[in-house]
Design a protein around this ligand. Sequence first.
Ligand SMILES: [Zn+2]
Length: 231
Amino acid sequence: MASGTPVGQSGNTFTYRSTAPVASYATTLAVGRYRKLAATGPRGIPVTTWYRAKDAQYLPMFKRSPAFLTWLEERFGPYPFDSTGLVMVESNSAMETQQMVTLGEVQPARGDQMFDLTTLHEYAHHWFGDAVTLTDWRDMWLNEGWALYVQKLYEKDRYGLSDAELVKSSRQRDGELRKEYGPPSKPDRAEFGATNVYTCGAAMLRQLHQALIDAWLDSPTTPPETGPLPR
Ligand SMILES: [Zn+2]
């Protein structure tokens, strides 16, 4: 299984093709005995989950991909590619590989909430990190700040995280992480992808989002040109 859109099979050769540009770090390849769960996402996008026999217990979770994509489309516009899905692998991590999220088996084992937030985070990267990507790793906070902020918006919407809790924890962690790791746009080579890259970027986006809402509330008769009141 590989990222991209499947275009055929000849014997043991499977061919995938990307019609959209893809950053080298956002490609994936998985080899094994896979089963296929086919679904349809918003606007008819094919959503395919590739899982191993031992992952069958997580099928109810895998079936939530179209709902995640619908939630994301309602906020950020159309999903930027022509197919998507998940591939399960032996790993602890999760990665926003373009058109097919690579998901370590540890993720669904952590339960519904962790699965939802992690998978939603990786799908969110398709708007923030995949369709628009970085030039070099100093800009990684733009990828991860957005993906974490989107994840927090989902947590507020579906899991009852309050805005006060989000602000309190963001402010506290922002200060702690800047002391420990420095500013998120100047990452330490020895600490690739440290938490400051995630949390400090998300904290900044929450403040910008609030400023947009405040500006709208100050003059509600002139709604933003791009759509309804930011959520
Ligand atoms: Zn991420």
